[in-house]
Design a protein around this ligand. Structure first.
Ligand SMILES: Cc1cc2nc3c(=O)[nH]c(=O)nc-3n(C[C@H](O)[C@H](O)[C@H](O)COP(=O)(O)O)c2cc1C
Length: 427
């Protein structure tokens, strides 16, 4: 049984969160409802108070609530009135909850969470909580499609916040489109999946994931880079952690916030990434190379800024070391097949055939072929379409969100781990 903070915000779907609350309780969880001022215009706090059998938090200025929660939950003696007033409620509740779920979540609250604004109880709780956060956005379809909202959703996703996708259908505004609050049963299911993590063979295993581009310096201010955002690697790191793995994330320079990792190693160049991955791989069960590592680097980078002239400039590029191929030759792999190696092959056209050839040549267990020429796959987008190529066959996945692609890749990794555990000699 866990304590869940259920945030309710000012959207027409607020009435549905009563059902969400009941669903969570049916699964044995305790709920403390936190309503914004606007939410209280859509549903009366007394409804939640009756269902949760707890005071509903509608303001950060009401003393005593936290003291009461503690007294109920931990059997603490009711504190003196002075201490009660001194309690900082959002911090105390933040420490107690196993999940912060906001359903429905307005565009306004999404914006406040993304920007770190803490001007009411719910937004302060978001900042103070270390528990996982699950949001069920609901709004008019134009609001949902607006760049500002999309940018905020991306910021939160990159921070590890999880979402229950809004559904399509009739919206309260009379329009038909995407933006309707997901069904309460789906919201409850998503919450339960977070609260009771999957039983995975990855639990306790060490997984190294690389993400993002590398930057190869030409001089003190210029570099050769690529368009990788890091999103695919970040999704893999987050999913591996959700399955209980200990994750080392080696990240190249990217504007996205990396997800929580047990060990975050920031690198800039292909050489730095090579060193960091080699170090971590010796203790790893799985290495997933999702980073777009430069194949070439300027052979003699200048330490100062090279002055501009009217003459053309010729850059001589040298090959970088192939991290995946070097990992494929690790002595431990010849003996035990460990660590399991997963590579990505970003290609423009004929991706699967090229990936097949790379997998064999580099001695990699799984190669993920990625056609980056497609507008809905590869760099800088939220979705990906990949083919996972292994010794035991190929799996072509349709276009889908990168976190789902990450789950499919880790499912294949789990299969390999189970096979290695059953027969430790390499197949
Ligand atoms: C009838 C009505 C319905 C609304 N529905 C939504 C909605 O579904 N989603 C949303 O983001 N905002 C909706 N709004 C706007 C929010 O209520 C408004 O942005 C408010 O400031 C949100 O406050 P809160 O985020 O603190 O709850 C609606 C407003 C009204 C008057």
């Amino acid at each position: 049984m866990s304590l869940i903070a259920l945030g309710v915000t000012g959207g027409i779907g607020a009435y549905k969160s009563v059902e969400v609350c009941r669903g969570l309780q049916r699964h044995g969880h305790e709920v403390v409802a936190v309503m914004t001022r606007s939410a209280a215009r859509f549903v009366g706090p007394v409804t939640f108070e009756a269902i949760t059998r707890r005071p509903v938090i509608t303001s950060q200025w009401k003393p005593g609530m936290n003291a009461r929660l503690r007294a109920e939950r931990f059997g603490e003696a009711s504190p003196e009135p002075e201490r009660r007033r001194a309690d900082i409620e959002h911090i105390a509740i933040a420490d107690q909850i196993a999940l912060l779920l906001v359903a429905p979540c307005t565009a306004n609250v999404i914006g406040k969470f993304a920007a770190g604004i803490a001007d009411d109880f719910l937004s302060s709780l978001y900042l103070a909580a270390r528990a996982p956060v699950l949001l069920a956005p609901a709004m008019n379809s134009n609001m949902l499609a607006h760049d500002a909202v999309q940018q905020n959703l991306r910021t939160l996703a990159a921070r590890g916040v999880r979402f229950v996708e809004p559904g399509e259908g009739y919206l309260a505004c009379g329009w038909i489109g995407k933006g309707r609050l997901a069904e309460p049963a789906d919201i409850v299911a998503a919450a339960l999946a977070i609260l009771s993590p999957v039983d995975s063979i990855l639990r306790g295993r060490h997984v190294v994931v690389t993400a993002g581009p590398t930057c190869e310096d030409i001089d003190a201010v210029r570099y050769v880079g690529n368009r990788s955002s890091g999103r695919m690697g970040f999704a893999l790191a987050a999913e591996a952690r959700r399955r209980g793995a200990r994750v080392t994330l080696v990240a190249g320079p990217t504007g996205l916030e990396p997800p929580a990792a047990d060990d975050l190693v920031r690198v800039r160049s292909a050489a730095e990434m090579h060193a960091a991955v080699t170090r971590a791989a010796s203790r790893a069960d799985v290495v997933i190379m999702a980073a777009a590592v430069a194949d070439y680097t300027p052979s003699s980078p200048a330490t100062h800024k090279v002055p501009k002239t009217d003459a053309p400039l010729t850059l001589t590029l040298a090959r970088t070391r192939d991290i995946l191929a070097d990992l494929g030759r690790m002595p431990s792999r010849a003996a035990s097949g460990m660590p399991i190696l997963v590579g990505f092959a970003a290609e423009t056209g004929n991706a699967a055939a090229k990936a097949r050839e790379k997998r064999a040549r580099k001695g990699v267990d799984l190669m993920v072929a990625n056609d980056v020429a497609r507008p809905d796959a590869g760099f800088e987008v939220q979705t990906n379409a990949v083919t996972i190529i292994g010794a035991d066959g190929e799996q072509e996945l349709p276009v889908q969100a990168k976190d789902r692609v990450a789950a499919a890749i880790l499912d294949r990794v789990e299969q390999l781990l189970r096979a290695r555990a059953a027969s430790p000699v390499r197949a």
